[in-house]
Each structure stands twice: as structure tokens, then as C-alpha cells.
Design a protein around this ligand. Sequence first.
Ligand SMILES: [Cu+2]
Length: 195
Amino acid sequence: MNIHTYEKVWLVAAMVLIVGFIGTIAYGSTGVGIAMISDDEETIDPNALDDDERFADPRVEQVGENEYEVYVVAYQFGFDPGSEQITEPIVVPENSEVTFYVTSEDVIHSFSLVGTNVNTMVVPGEVSTMRVEFDEPAEYGILCNEYCGAGHHSMEGMLYVVPEDEFDIDEQDDESEGDRDEATQNTEEPAGEDE
Ligand SMILES: [Cu+2]
């Protein structure tokens, strides 16, 4: 069988493209470490967060020289810690590697740092985990991107990355007494108010 040279070139080019497309899809789904929450991930009882050592006292915890873990409970309508008027903002030092563990005590929320690619759904029963490096002092707004009820628009918080010499982990522990259960009542909108 005689195949024209151009025909052969196109056949080979098409093959290369197909293999290339499959390759990029395979790499995108496995190689870059993006994954859905899997079934074998440990679940958590959203009604018993007070019995969970990580979330009974949501907080910033130092686990290494420049490594921190932040445990956050998202709720209607705020973040604990995070929402500074209700509980307290999240404060971490510069040049730190921070792992966020975020869970919800009621409905689906999200946890996103405005202007960054830090953005995750927060599903009751699951713990969303993200590792973030903060190189320099900054202020980030925290927002909920998932409509979660009447006060969704007020669900916000702040994360402050402060210079190392201004950071005091002990001070944080003292402050973490904010009570989100009490505060939840206060953030509800008065009925009938305009705007
Ligand atoms: Cu929300």
C-alpha cells in the first residue's frame, strides 16, 4: 500500500497530539497533587466538635520553628478564629509555613483568602487541609464563598501575617476565649431592617 508522505506526516502528528493530550490530562489529575477529598479520609462528627482535641479550642499552634497549624471552625456566620469582631482574627508570623485545618459545625461553607489561591470548600464532617507559606507581613480578608444562609454576606474574617518580632504565640492563647455560640445570636440581622 502506498501512503503519500504528507498523509504519513499528518498521521504521525495526530498520534503525537493524542498521546500528548492524554499525557497532560494524566499529569494534571495525578502529578500536581490536586485531589478531591477521598473516602478513606477520616471524618469528624460536626455535632461533637467540642469533644475533638483539634477543634474544641480552635487556635493557632506552633509545631516547629517556622511551622504552624491553624484549626478553624466555620459556622453560621463566621470563622473561629478569623472573624475579629466575634472571636479573634488569625495571626501568624512572616516566614512561616502554615497548615490550615478547617471544618464546619453546621452547613457547607468555604474558606478563602482574598486575592490568593487559598480557597477550599468546608464540608461538615470533613476536615479541609491546606499548607500555605507566608513570606512577608500582609493582611488577608477571609471570605465564605458558599451561600450558607441569611447572614452569608456577613461571614468574613481577617488573617494577619505580622513581622516575626511582633508575633507572640502565648498572647494568642489568651485571646482564644471568644465565644462563637453567643456571638452567633448577635450577628443575626434585625428583622425588617432596610438594606
Ligand atoms: Cu458560610
